[in-house]
Design a protein around this ligand. Structure first.
Ligand code: TYD
Length: 145
């Protein structure tokens, strides 16, 4: 998966049942990469913001399995925002996209499915460095949102 892949909302299977609903996700089948890592964010105090970074190579799918939040993405020029509030909805974030997570409601649990194992050197955590990273790309690869 490369930086030109579009950020998109995806729907995962949902098996509705009077005993409770069930969703499932298989790497490569329901997300466009083999899943190498899963992490989750929870117990976020009201008003906190998370994220504020981009990855050079790692693609992620974020899912609010409980609760809701807003995810803002930018390619360095344009900004788009997505509401995650369904347990079977995911947001595919291609590499090279700056993301911030806002407005977590109480009890929100965000699961992230990742295409790569944890590598701190894959992170760009400084927005000016992200702008330099984007500026270093060929012009046709800069605008992705
Ligand atoms: P961080 O990337 O700052 O969280 P977020 O961007 O979602 O707000 O991660 C917090 C800490 O957890 C940081 O020290 C790195 C560590 N961490 C791991 O060790 N492994 C992981 O897979 C992730 C996502 C984070």
């Amino acid at each position: 998966m490369n930086r030109l892949t579009k950020a998109t909302l995806m729907e995962f299977p949902k098996i509705c049942d009077p005993r409770g609903n069930l969703s499932f996700i298989e790497g490569t089948r329901h997300v466009p990469f083999p899943i190498k890592r899963v992490f989750y964010i929870y117990d976020v105090p009201g008003g906190e913001t998370r994220g504020a970074h981009a990855h050079r190579q790692c693609a992620e799918v974020l899912i609010a399995v409980a609760g809701s939040l807003e995810v803002r993405l930018t390619d360095g020029e344009k900004e788009v925002s997505f509401l995650l509030n369904r347990s079977n909805r995911g947001l595919l974030i291609p590499p090279g996209t700056w993301r911030t997570m806002h407005d977590f409601t109480t009890g929100t649990v965000v699961v992230a499915l990742c295409s790569r194992e944890y590598e701190e050197e894959d992170y760009i955590r400084d927005y000016e460095e992200f702008e330099k990273f984007v500026a270093s790309l060929p012009e046709e690869k800069r605008a992705i949102l």
